[in-house]
Design a protein around this ligand. Structure first.
Ligand code: ADP
Length: 170
């Protein structure tokens, strides 16, 4: 597996699967979720609504992942995962790690060879970037997966620098 860092907008990545930091409603939100639905078009929301009706009436649980079409994005699928809201008093790192593991498991089911991840939970959900990066890189490195091309797409220089530090760590 090759892991690369990209500074930019994840909606522009040409990959098999783009991961969305969704919220449990699957009905869209701000941040990367809003960008994916805006650029991907209404097909993605249509499939999300169907998934809600068939499987996730109570919402997609934190740490799980589910795939839809990528609509108009230059990708084949969007894998929606729900990160945990950061807590300073409770360690929710396992759930954040689960987002990466489960996204890769879904990618394997789809037969995806390439995947692009945002920094899940490190925006509105408040996760400190260095810790989010450490969990992301550490989990992906250890994951049993067939995916050969993993990209972390970081929206600003601070996020990029945090992921670069995590990648340099042994
Ligand atoms: P969460 O609610 O899981 O924290 P956010 O979407 O608020 O999700 O933020 C997750 C990360 O995604 C943040 O670091 C944010 O800066 C980044 N981000 C926002 N828009 C994009 C985009 N278009 N491409 C890549 N990353 C993005």
């Amino acid at each position: 597996m090759e892991i690369t860092l990209v500074l930019g907008d994840i909606t522009e990545e040409r990959v098999d699967a783009v991961v969305n930091a969704a919220n449990s409603s699957l009905l869209g939100g701000g941040g990367v979720d809003g960008a994916i639905h805006r650029r991907g078009g209404p097909e993605i929301l249509d499939e999300c609504r169907k998934l809600r009706a068939s499987h996730y009436g109570g919402g997609l649980p934190t740490g799980q992942a589910v795939a839809t079409t990528a609509g108009a994005l230059p990708a084949r699928w969007v894998i929606h995962t729900v990160g945990p809201v950061y807590s300073a008093t409770e360690d929710r790192g396992d759930r954040l790690a689960s987002c990466y593991r489960e996204s890769l498991r879904v990618a394997d089911e789809l037969g995806a060879a390439s995947i692009a991840f945002p920094a899940v939970s490190a925006g509105v959900y408040g996760w400190p970037m260095d810790d989010a990066a450490r969990i992301a890189v550490g989990t992906v490195r250890r994951a049993p997966t067939q995916v050969t091309d993993v990209r972390f797409v970081l929206f600003n220089r601070d996020a990029y620098a945090a992921f670069a530090r995590a990648l340099d760590a042994p």
